[in-house]
Design a protein around this ligand. Sequence first.
Ligand SMILES: [Zn+2]
Length: 273
Amino acid sequence: MELMMLGTGSASSIQFYNACFALKKNQEYMLVDGGGGIHILEQLRKAEIPPSSIHNIFVTHNHIDHIIGIIWLIRKIALAMMSGEYKEDVHIYASSITTDAIRTIAKLILNKRQSDYLDDKIQLISVENREQVSILGENFIFYDVYAKKEVQYGFYLKTLSGQILVCNGDEPLDEKNYDLVENADFLIHEAFCLDSEKDVKRPYEKGHITAKDVCEMATKLNVKNLILYHIKDEDLNHREDRYLQENKPYFSGNLYVPNDLDSISLECKVKTK
Ligand SMILES: [Zn+2]
């Protein structure tokens, strides 16, 4: 499997698209979050992911930087269903709060012919804490991240080849979920800013933590590969270097600070688009 980063920025990022990614297996994709707008369609185009190859979507929570791109994708898929280009159903997994939000927003702002596909060929599927679901032939466990703000879910995946990938959405990992992350091969985790920037960017007030905090926690839990995203940073050229330089001492495994459209093989090879 391959992890394709479509966006790596935080909610207010402009230089980077909002945090979202796709998991690729063979020629099929599972999308995780949609970012904050129509730009999701451009990111998919640049990543050479045809929307007709996405039949499974997971939405972590209903904040603007994760959910609005999903509404644009629903519109795109509904139009393709009308024209006969998209034949199968699409499954959108999320907590019941988020599936309700997607349904309400889509019905308010899409035209009726498009929104009529909701709960029909566009299936909104509510998941419970620690519910196991088979997607792309792999076993995903969706879990409550115990977010301080809005209800948010992450996922745990143990691939058929034995690699463990955990995505905790855009909230700090809660101790109640340490059992899922301990010894994970890959952890995808938010990092709001550098430790050296915390007095200016104030991550803790916003329910986020610094890259150093994440690195120390991942070291303690024996994570092998740590992928930082959802970063509040506008310096397009030097972000990766600055994050690696400051944080390498705090994490003993492989640290990744991917840019938008980078992909990471679950066999640990990074490709820059
Ligand atoms: Zn966010």
